[in-house]
Design a protein around this ligand. Structure first.
Ligand SMILES: C[S@@+](CC[C@H](N)C(=O)[O-])C[C@H]1O[C@@H](n2cnc3c(N)ncnc32)[C@H](O)[C@@H]1O
Length: 301
């Protein structure tokens, strides 16, 4: 029902639709011949599918969910039960599916929808796969594993992934991060080039990360080429970093790369209270990608 993934964190459109549906159904005194599917976890309904029969168009299901909007969980449940009470029993199917599995499915849905919506946009996959950078990043990560006990074997979050140019290096190291960026076109480039995986990619604002990703924590958080960070957008980058740290487990790994020294220093100072970390100048000769590195761990308390 919601047009974008992030809109599922505050389901205004869905609630309006549910309200209207309940109002419509309340006109009927007899059970209505319709089909719905309710998805439940621990006795609470978090998603509703409504079957639309083929009238002038092929049949389809309308899917509504409160899985990312905990604030409206109760209201959603009340609406769903009101709808269910008007539908003949044989039309109601209840499925028990883990929320985490369902969330992956809706990520995949919005990724596929993005590809379909922007299918006429040109994508240059050769630009996305930058072999010299990928090779360089793989070496950097291997070195950091030795020098700073960087551990990317658990659940990994990659913020501001852009078109996945750096994600490609992670993939080649068998690291499968959950990727997030707010630029739809960059995400489209990454999905179309297959460096970003549909079920592991989200278009959303990282400054609102704790609303977008619920009930998940990460063993490591990564961001490549964060920036440009300048005096005008520092508050926004501050929020991006703070939100990312909130979703990182205590003691979890942090790896951020930058183009310039002032950017890495800004982040190191910002994280002083929350993490312990080092700044590394990776290369005097490289002038564009991943020149400066922040490598650290979130403090255990
Ligand atoms: C310099 S690019 C780096 C892209 C990619 N990580 C790489 O290394 O190739 C910075 C990325 O940050 C993203 N970004 C900036 N602010 C953001 C925000 N508030 N939420 C999500 N992504 C953001 C931009 O859309 C852009 O893709």
């Amino acid at each position: 029902m919601e047009s974008e993934y992030q809109n599922n964190t505050y389901i205004t459109k869905s609630l309006k639709f549910l309200y209207n549906t309940v109002s419509e159904l309340s006109r009927f005194n007899e059970p209505v011949d319709a089909k719905i599917i309710m998805l439940e976890e621990l006795g609470s309904v978090y998603a509703l599918g409504l079957y639309n029969p083929p009238i002038k168009q092929p049949a389809f299901w309308t899917l509504l969910t409160t899985v990312l909007d905990t604030e409206h969980q109760n209201t959603f449940n009340e609406f769903v039960h009101a709808i269910k009470s008007h539908i003949a029993d044989e039309g109601v199917l209840t499925l028990h599916i883990e929320k985490s599995e369902f969330i992956e499915a809706i990520r995949e849905y919005y990724s596929i929808k993005l590809i379909e919506t922007l299918k006429n946009c040109p994508v240059n996959s050769e630009f996305v796969y930058n072999k010299p950078r990928v090779e360089r990043l793989k070496i950097i990560i291997n070195q950091l594993e030795q020098s700073h006990s960087l551990d990317l074997s658990g659940r990994v979050l990659e913020i501001c992934c852009g078109n996945g140019m750096a994600t490609a290096a992670l993939s080649e190291l068998d690291i499968r991060p959950l990727c997030i960026d707010n630029d739809s076109y960059s995400i489209l480039e990454g999905l179309a080039s297959e460096v970003l995986k549909p079920e592991k990619t989200i278009v959303a604002n990282v400054a609102e990360l704790t609303d977008v990703i619920k009930g998940e924590e990460f063993d490591a958080s990564i961001g490549f080429m964060l920036g440009d960070i300048d005096e005008f957008n520092r508050p926004s980058w501050k929020e991006i970093l703070i939100q990312t740290i909130k979703l990182t487990k205590k003691g979890g790994n942090l790896l951020f790369t930058f183009r310039t020294e002032p950017e890495v220093v800004f982040v190191k100072d910002l994280l002083e209270e929350l993490a312990t970390g080092d700044v590394i100048c990776q290369s005097e000769t490289e002038s564009l990608y991943d020149c400066w590195i922040y490598i650290g761990k979130k403090k255990p308390v």
